[in-house]
Design a binder for this molecule. Structure first.
Ligand code: SF4
Length: 289
């Protein structure tokens, strides 16, 4: 039995960078508190918790002497200022792809232009971006919400980093009906999600079973599961190696493995090692002809 990893899997650039920044801060002896969970992975949060990393939900909870960490989604300038006033140190782990959207929004607002961000208004990344252009920005989910926008002045259209390209471009096109000015369309979608899906799709047709390692509530992991299931009916979303059912692997020759953008490498290695062990065990149990 062979275990094959997809070409792209696991931590995206922004999440990996955020975890590394936290680890560096711990090495310096800081008491680290992250505003919101650093990543959506229970096992990794437990591991960091053992080194004293804890989570706060409001900037007011941070105390002098502590280090506040801004996670990859970013925050509003107001929240950043509050953290800087209260904490002894602030580690800004905002993903550079998100920083780009924040800067574009701030610049357009400074030029007195409207900004339309295509994304989920309740998502922390969107709340942060809107904070950079509070008087000028609108966050809408898709083209169905364009009708509710006012007339727009020299609008800039940008996107949440994780939305689908089709949603973005359809919405951007519809926005043209809301202005007599030129519409500036800047695609700020990050390719990490799509790259993981493309790699899983490419592998799914070649294997007899597929394991997607990721949080059950992680939307990018669930999407990976759906992509794999299209070609490989024996696809399973698991959080740890303990969820692998040996019976599912009887007669299986090739197993595909991928992982969501918040799944750490150490957890992926554990799953792969466990699958290889099961493979050896099943081979040894094969009847001799
Ligand atoms: S998904 Fe993309 S934008 Fe979001 S944290 Fe990862 S690399 Fe950054």
């Amino acid at each position: 039995m062979k275990v094959l990893l997809a070409d792209e899997y696991g931590f995206c650039f922004g999440v990996e960078r955020a975890v590394e920044m936290v680890e560096e801060s711990l090495e310096e002896g800081d008491t680290v508190r992250t505003l919101g969970p650093l990543i959506h992975n229970e096992q990794e949060m437990d591991r960091l918790g053992k080194f004293g990393v804890s989570t706060i939900s409001e900037p007011v909870q941070i105390k002098r002497g502590e280090t506040a960490v801004i996670r990859a989604h970013g925050v509003t300038p107001q929240v950043q200022k509050e953290l800087e006033e209260k904490a002894s140190k602030v580690v800004d782990a905002t993903c550079p792809f998100v920083t780009r959207v924040q800067k574009l929004a701030a610049r357009a607002a400074a030029e007195n232009r409207h900004v339309v961000v295509v994304g989920n208004p309740d998502h922390p990344e969107m709340i942060g971006v809107k904070g950079y252009a509070p008087e000028h920005a609108f966050v809408i989910k898709d083209e169905t919400e364009v009708a509710g926008l006012p007339r727009l002045t020299k609008p800039l259209v940008v996107s949440q980093t994780t939305i689908k390209a089709k949603t973005f471009y359809d919405t951007a096109e519809a926005i043209k009906s809301k202005t007599d000015d030129e519409v500036q369309i800047v695609n700020t979608i990050c390719s990490a999600t799509r790259d993981r899906q493309d790699a899983a799709r490419a592998l799914a047709g070649e294997v007899d079973a597929f394991y997607i390692i990721g949080g059950r509530h992680s939307s990018n992991s669930r999407k990976l599961l759906a992509v794999c299931q299209e070609q490989c009916p024996k696809s399973f979303l698991i959080e740890t190696e303990e969820e692998i059912n040996e019976a599912d692997l009887v007669g299986v020759k090739q197993i595909g493995v991928t992982a969501g953008a918040s799944t750490p490498e150490w957890l992926i290695k554990k799953v792969v090692a466990h699958l290889e062990q099961i493979g050896e065990k099943l081979e040894n149990e094969l009847p001799l002809n």
